[in-house]
Ligand binder design. Structure first.
Ligand code: ADP
Ligand code: F6P
Length: 324
């Protein structure tokens, strides 16, 4: 018999992502619609352990849809990775009458959610990360805004790169995943993309392509380097020395995580957040909401965490074909 859930908590954890506010709004309003009480847990698992817990109602989430970041703040919390921290978290939930939690975050956050579920607190994960690196889901909240922000920034770097006839290495986020780099590679018409999933470290081949591009009359040479490869500044120095072409590195950094969420992020976040609250209202636990094959579905957390995701080979091949 499914456990009856009366009060749920909602938290955001790990790196923030544009659209998290829309997800929070959807969780709160859906839960209220289902007759549940809602508490906001501030600063992810860190705020759970320090009992930063506030009552939320429908108006707590008014006027937040268009705002970047997360109104609940977010954090990374080492203490929660320990069994003692997790026991304390579950105990604090019970003390505050919280019998279900929606965790909006990435894989790490879901690992924490799985631990809470094992300790009797119903938990549902919602994929919120700009990295698009959650294997069970074809979409993660924040990706669309982040790639659009990066694309616009790269267009600007390209202008100056062309004027100066330079080579530019532009580093984008994504942790160990190359999705932001791949998408910007396409959208910005980059000459090269360096993806953690594919780059073989052959810098000489990269240098040869730059020299060849210059011989073919290209005025700029845009290389999108994924954060998982990194070292953009030293790479730029080596490329300049080897090619004689002035080379600059630009690390886009945290600007990619901010800003007004796109329509896509607001809509996916709203539906995923609502689905998560509905799952809790049905008494479900240890699930992750996902978008797969054109539908919103949910997976067991451990099953979701064991799934693997890779850059689609055909997309990578098409990128290379379009560059030449
Ligand atoms: P993301 O959720 O974006 O992948 P992190 O990997 O930084 O981000 O994880 C966010 C938080 O989730 C961590 O700071 C920690 O509190 C919690 N967490 C991560 N891994 C675990 C784990 N194995 N067990 C329990 N909690 C975890
Ligand atoms: O997971 C989102 C992300 O922005 C990654 O792309 C990046 O590696 C990481 O978070 C950066 O984290 P921090 O904000 O702690 O620098």
């Amino acid at each position: 018999m499914a456990k009856v859930v009366k009060t749920i908590g909602v938290l955001t954890s790990g790196g923030d992502a544009p659209g998290m506010n829309a997800a929070i709004r959807a969780v709160v309003r859906t839960a209220i619609h289902e007759g549940l009480k809602v508490k906001g847990i501030m600063r992810g698992y860190a705020g759970l352990l320090s009992e930063e817990i506030v009552d939320m109602d429908s108006t707590s989430v008014s006027d937040i849809m268009h705002r970047g970041g997360t109104i609940l703040y977010t954090a990374r919390c080492m203490e929660f990775t320990t069994p003692e921290g997790q026991e304390l978290g579950a105990e604090i939930c019970r003390k505050h009458g919280i019998d279900g939690i929606v965790v909006i975050g990435g894989d790490g956050s879901f690992r924490g959610a799985g631990k809470l579920a094992a300790l009797g607190i119903n938990t549902i994960g919602v994929p919120g990360t700009i990295d698009l690196d959650i294997a069970c889901s074809e979409y993660t909240i924040g990706f669309d805004t982040a790639v659009n922000t990066a694309m616009e920034a790269i267009d600007k770097v390209r202008d100056t790169s062309t004027s100066h006839e330079r080579c530019s290495i532009i580093e984008v986020m994504g942790r160990n995943a190359g999705y932001i780099a791949l998408w910007c590679g396409f959208a910005n018409g980059a000459e090269d993309i360096l993806l953690p999933e594919r780059y073989d470290g052959n810098e000489q081949a990269l240098i040869n392509r730059i020299i060849d591009n210059r011989k073919r009359g290209k005025k700029h040479n845009i290389i999108i380097n994924a954060e998982g490869i990194g070292h953009s500044t030293s790479m730029a120095r080596r490329i300049e020395a080897a090619t004689g072409i002035e080379t600059r590195a630009t690390i886009l950094g945290h600007m990619q995580r901010g800003g007004t969420p796109t329509c896509k992020d607001r809509v996916y976040a709203s539906i995923m957040g609502a689905k998560a609250a509905l799952l809790l209202a049905e008494g479900k636990s240890n699930r992750v909401v996902a978008y797969k094959n054109g539908a919103y579905v949910d997976f067991d957390i451990q099953e979701a965490l064991s799934m693997k995701k890779d850059i689609p080979e055909d997309q990578y091949e098409i990128f290379k074909m379009l560059v030449r």
